[in-house]
Design a binder for this molecule. Structure first.
Ligand SMILES: *Cc1c(COP(=O)(O)O)cnc(C)c1O
Length: 362
């Protein structure tokens, strides 16, 4: 018998390109303990309190988790300053993005994404049979005017990562407001704030509080980066009541597992861990700026926990040579920038060793 036919749009979904793992590089290049600066993970590890909470939660591993994730949403409500009733907890923020797409997109609809951004928006939208329009960047910056120019009456979602991955750039307060107010009737603006806690500029603004004002605004957060829980999977969507009600209809009842719920609460309450994370990150970013300046490399100033740097035509060779020395960065070809690499913030020792390796391979 022939293999059954999938939905016709499935074949067009591009593969997600993850950062290469430590195990993979240790095995492929024979380096004993690679330093991973490829996926914007937290260099301090998880919050020790979160790790302890997850260990304790194992005792209840035979019980279903709370389908409403009430304690987790209440902790998120205190942390992000929005009502717990406006929050949905997810198995990472990727799940929230997926749920909003599934609730609002049908074949024939369009979504708008910036040309150089997080690739999961495109994957999630295409998997619903929607058409993706890509809006040109202005250099390494998301261009709100280009996003609006792509949005038509059949556009259901405009995606924006603020600050943006992989460029590290951000949209200032007025540009975000212009975007939210400028989309056509019936179109959701989904603002992904995975990196918002790292932003240092005064004119950066989180959209979380604006969800109470705009019935078409969804704001997405994650504990993967700032709280060191990428492997446990905890994300949040903050949304107006009507959107939340629709998304709740399709959410798997037990989407956030018991370890993630307990670890998430403990991580959100560990203010000291977040403070240390921000200090470590900003120190790493400032060191990378200074060292790239010294090496004559042009980088994009970043409001995140990574820096995108221009290497030139030999970027892939440099990326490979860094791998051979045990430093995993991200080559930006899959984002359409083959002359760039992206380097995540590490501990001071990791960054020092990375800079030394960089000098050698250049
Ligand atoms: C890392 C990242 C996420 C996080 O996704 P999770 O599913 O929460 O781990 C979301 N958006 C962007 C832009 C990211 O870079």
């Amino acid at each position: 018998m022939k293999s059954p036919e999938p939905c016709p749009w499935i074949a067009n979904i591009p593969a997600y390109v993850p950062g290469r793992s430590k195990e993979d590089i240790a095995h492929s290049y024979g380096v004993s303990s690679p330093v991973k600066l490829a996926s914007n993970e937290n260099p301090l590890g998880p919050s020790p309190k979160a790790a302890e909470a997850a260990r304790e939660a194992l005792t209840d591993a035979h019980l279903y988790p709370d389908p409403d994730a009430r304690a987790l949403r209440e902790a998120a409500s205190r942390h992000f300053g929005c009502p717990a009733e406006s929050i949905i907890a997810g198995n990472g923020s990727d799940e929230i993005i997926d749920l909003v797409c599934r609730a609002y997109l049908r074949p024939g609809d369009t979504v708008v994404v910036p040309a150089c951004t997080f690739s999961y928006y495109t994957i999630a939208a295409l998997s619903c049979g929607a058409t993706v329009r890509t809006a040109a960047m202005k250099g390494n910056h998301i261009d709100p005017r280009a996003l609006l120019a792509c949005a038509g009456p059949e556009t259901r979602i405009v995606f924006v990562a603020n600050p943006n991955n992989p460029t590290g750039t951000y949209l200032a307060k007025d540009d975000v407001l212009g975007l939210i107010e400028g989309v056509p009737e019936g179109c959701i603006v989904l603002v992904d704030e995975a990196y918002a806690s790292f932003a240092r500029r005064d004119d950066f603004m989180s959209c979380t509080a604006l969800v109470a004002v705009y019935p078409h605004l969804v704001c997405v957060h994650t504990l993967s980066k700032s709280h060191g829980l990428a492997g446990v999977r905890v994300g949040f969507g903050v949304m107006p009541p009507a959107i939340r009600e629709n998304v709740m209809r399709i959410k798997q009842p037990f989407n956030v597992n018991i370890l993630a719920q307990k670890a998430g609460v403990a991580a959100l309450e560990d203010r000291d861990f977040l403070k240390r994370t921000l200090e470590t990150t900003w120190e790493a970013i400032d060191t990378l700026y200074a060292e790239f300046d010294r090496l004559g490399l042009v980088y994009e100033p970043s409001q995140t926990n990574f820096v995108m740097v221009h290497i030139g035509p030999q970027a892939h060779r440099i990326y490979e040579d860094l791998l051979r020395r045990g430093f995993i960065t991200r080559w930006m070809a899959s984002f359409g920038l083959p002359e760039h690499i992206r380097v995540s913030a590490g501990t001071p020792e990791e960054i020092r060793a990375f800079v030394k390796a960089m000098e050698e391979v250049l």
